[in-house]
Design a protein around this ligand. Structure first.
Ligand code: ADE
Ligand code: ZN
Length: 331
């Protein structure tokens, strides 16, 4: 338990399926009589070796999430944990494609259940949540466009954004321009994963092709000083997940993580956890490691939380309420 648990936090980058506690997935698998071979290690944690294997294990574990009520319970469990870690506002990525289900009516049922879960969590813990459905890049542009249409049809309520994750090397960002145009037309906030497994060029290509205000990760922009200057000048917000990056081997140590030089160069960096149980992390642990490594104080983190609130895909009244709850007090 770290002192960083108490500081109010804003998290912009958290995958619902990736935040599922292993026990939650194991219990559902047992109920269904599903044998999740190769998903867990002997200690019961998620077991994966590299990024490709991570995606495989992730999809296998997610396959036991089926009924609408599974999703309600998962949203409640994830938000209870976030609230306990000091999060006051969070944006959760949802992947309709992991359900292998094109049916808009079924998705509406699931969304209604997840919305109920979020409302229950708000009542119980005071945490505010928004949903960002995402396309999965390696399923291709047509699938992404279908997901964007589904998201546009279900926009409003807690659905306020659209994004894309998955295999960064699959196709070019421009292949997904139509999907993002559909979401933009619906008034959704836009973010895309880039500059995680691939280098600075992937961030530049994403910014050139897609009308996003935020980049998921984007940390490998550090390889190109011109691009770093562009991020700062255009006010592009990075959803940085340091523990995830270290677990996936992007950088050898906390000291080598580029979040500090990016910040020093004037880039708006924010801190999130991506898929916390997969990477053995949570937000207080991220804060503790960053504070230790870079001598960051509560006031530094408060500045990043304010940047996150400014970049949040929410209405202005909600943004003002979040800002009012942020404090830079030392825990
Ligand atoms: N889906 C879930 N986590 C992801 C990550 N870190 N990168 C790309 N796709 C993901
Ligand atoms: Zn992610």
């Amino acid at each position: 338990m770290t002192v960083w648990r108490r500081q109010p936090k804003v998290e912009l980058h958290l995958h619902l399926e990736g935040a599922a506690p292993p026990d939650f997935i194991r219990a559902l698998a047992a109920e269904q009589g599903t044998d999740l071979v190769g998903v867990f290690d002997e200690a019961g944690a998620y077991a994966w070796t590299d990024f490709a294997d991570f995606l495989k294990v992730y999809e296998a574990a997610s396959s036991v999430l089926r009924a609408a009520d599974d999703y309600r319970r998962l949203v409640e469990a994830v938000l209870a944990k976030s609230a306990a870690d000091g999060v006051i506002y969070t944006e959760i990525f949802l992947a309709p494609d992991l359900r292998r289900d094109d049916d808009t009516a079924a998705w509406r049922d699931h969304l209604a259940a997840m919305t109920e879960g979020a409302r229950n969590a708000r009542a119980a813990h005071g945490i505010e949540a928004r949903f960002i459905p995402i396309a999965i890049r390696h399923l291709g542009p047509e699938r992404a466009e279908a997901t964007a249409r589904l998201t546009a049809e279900t926009a409003g309520g807690l659905v306020t954004g659209f994004g894309m994750a998955g295999e960064e090397g699959f196709g070019e960002p421009a292949d997904y321009a139509r999907a993002f145009a559909i979401a933009a037309e619906a008034g959704l906030g836009l973010t895309v994963h880039a500059g995680e497994l691939l280098g600075a060029e992937s961030v530049r290509a994403a910014l050139d092709a897609l009308p996003v205000s935020r980049i998921g990760h984007g940390v490998r922009a550090i390889e190109d000083p011109d691009l770093v200057r562009r991020l700062a000048a255009e006010g592009i917000v990075l959803e940085v997940n340091p523990g995830s990056n270290l677990a996936l081997g992007l950088f050898p140590s906390w000291r080598d993580h580029p979040i500090e030089p990016l910040r020093a160069a004037g880039v708006a960096v924010t801190i999130s956890t991506d898929d916390p149980p997969y990477f053995h992390t949570d937000l207080p642990r991220e804060y503790a490691a960053l504070a230790w490594t870079f001598d960051w104080t509560a006031a530094d983190f408060d500045g990043m939380n304010r940047a996150a609130a400014a970049a949040a895909f929410c209405d202005e009244a909600t943004r003002a309420a979040i800002l009012a709850r942020l404090t830079g007090e030392t825990p």
